[in-house]
Design a protein around this ligand. Structure first.
Ligand SMILES: *Cc1c(COP(=O)(O)O)cnc(C)c1O
Length: 393
């Protein structure tokens, strides 16, 4: 039996080895445990497990060894005490918020966040008495001004989807902590390989494992990372009762994905940088949004806060929605799909897909103009990708 989660190891070692527990068979690769429940040696042991007097597995909605390996590995990479795997990125957000909050509580959130998160915060949670004020995430006074006596937490994504806006995590964490609030950061775009929000003061990190953690577009899943005390009580209790648990099959895909995460992220960053620079020199392009460009408004901050600029490049074509759709329909190699973080490059029109639920007003407020296109730059040869963009223009 080996369990390699020691803090002294570097991130690449942890990505490959953390959380593995070998069985008596001596298998080299991690096991998948497709079992819904676990057997007890006696009626008394069953009772002790259920009462919590004896630790151990009961049922896979609560714990599963494959899911645990994934959780320990991601916790080690994010430098958090604990991780909880969930059935999707959205359920990670839902379980965190419903685990921590009650009717009457208030959230302050960046308005530049994933479309479904906007929908959850602005249309669904208010039905349960939890309300949200959206702020311009890079206007730090706006965060402070939005706090009320009912505010319990801040929520943000950086870089944001789809405009790659960078928020100063440390600064927002300080504002939150001055008012005894928690800061939750969705680290989907950077992954722990490029950014460590907990080290910068965030209290909880959210992941859509569906994206770069899987890395090959196969499974839907999510994760919550933070301290034992924050996650162990309210959030975990909500999850195991609410039932948004991660499947062991998906956990296995994600934990194998973590093994190659850092080399994949480096390659995504390299290809994305070249594409962003190429787009920036094209006449059909109005604006390019990529933190690795010197012209990006938070380029300096991105350089300090992240160890790479990520694989997402957004750009606005001249001619609005008609030209954007024409461009997308002329693309041959990029896949027209809304997923991101895949080895395969993808192209999407956020205004009519990922962010279609926002009102026209909300979209314009966050800068999702009709001509905006989002690329998730994959691992193909960058020359093939640029040729494809060129023939579509
Ligand atoms: C995709 C995504 C989510 C939601 O994750 P799912 O796995 O699709 O539920 C949340 N946040 C960001 C930034 C995302 O890109």
């Amino acid at each position: 039996m080996t369990n390699t989660t020691k803090k002294t190891f570097g991130p690449n070692t942890l990505a490959v080895r953390a959380g593995q527990v070998r069985s008596q068979e001596g298998e080299h690769s991690e096991l998948i445990f497709p079992t819904s429940s676990y057997v007890f040696a006696s009626a008394a042991e069953a009772a002790a497990r259920f009462s919590g007097d004896s630790p151990g597995n009961i049922y896979s909605r609560f714990t599963n060894p494959t899911v645990r390996t994934f959780e320990q590995r991601l916790a080690a990479l994010e430098q958090g005490e604990r991780c909880i795997g969930t059935s999707s990125g959205m359920s990670a957000i839902l379980c965190t918020l419903l685990g921590l909050l009650k009717a009457g509580d208030h959230i302050v959130s960046s308005r530049s966040i994933f479309g479904s998160t906007v929908n959850l915060l602005s249309n669904i949670l208010p039905r349960y008495g939890i309300t949200t004020t959206f702020v311009d995430s890079t206007d730090y006074q706006d965060w402070e001004r939005a706090i009320t006596s009912d505010t319990k937490l801040f929520f943000l994504e950086t870089p944001s989807n789809p405009l790659t806006e960078i928020v100063d995590i440390q600064k927002v964490a300080d504002i939150a902590h001055n008012s005894n609030l928690l800061l939750i950061v969705d680290n989907c775009f950077c992954t722990p390989s490029l950014q460590l929000p907990l080290k910068l003061g965030a209290d909880i990190v959210i992941h859509s494992a569906t994206k770069y953690l899987d890395g090959q577009g196969r499974c839907v899943g999510g994760a919550i990372v933070g301290s034992d005390s924050l996650l162990g009580e309210d959030i975990y209790t909500f999850l195991r009762t609410g039932g948004a648990s991660m499947s062991p099959f998906n956990a296995w895909i994600f934990l194998k994905g973590l093994e190659t995460l850092s080399i994949r992220m480096q390659a995504h960053c390299q290809n994305a940088q070249q594409i962003a620079e190429w787009l920036n020199s094209q006449k059909f392009v109005e604006t390019v949004y990529y933190p690795g460009l010197k012209s990006h408004p938070q380029h300096e901050l991105a350089t300090q806060q992240q160890s790479g600029f990520g694989g997402i490049v957004s750009f606005e074509v001249k001619g609005g929605k008609e030209q954007a759709w024409k461009f997308i329909d002329s693309i041959k190699l990029f896949s027209i799909t809304a997923n991101l973080g895949d080895t395969k490059s993808t192209i999407t029109h956020p205004g009519s897909t990922t962010h279609h639920k926002l009102s026209d007003e909300q979209r314009l407020e966050v800068g999702i103009n009709p001509g905006l296109i989002r690329l998730s730059v994959g691992l193909e040869d960058v020359s093939d990708l640029i040729n494809d963009l060129e023939q579509a223009s």
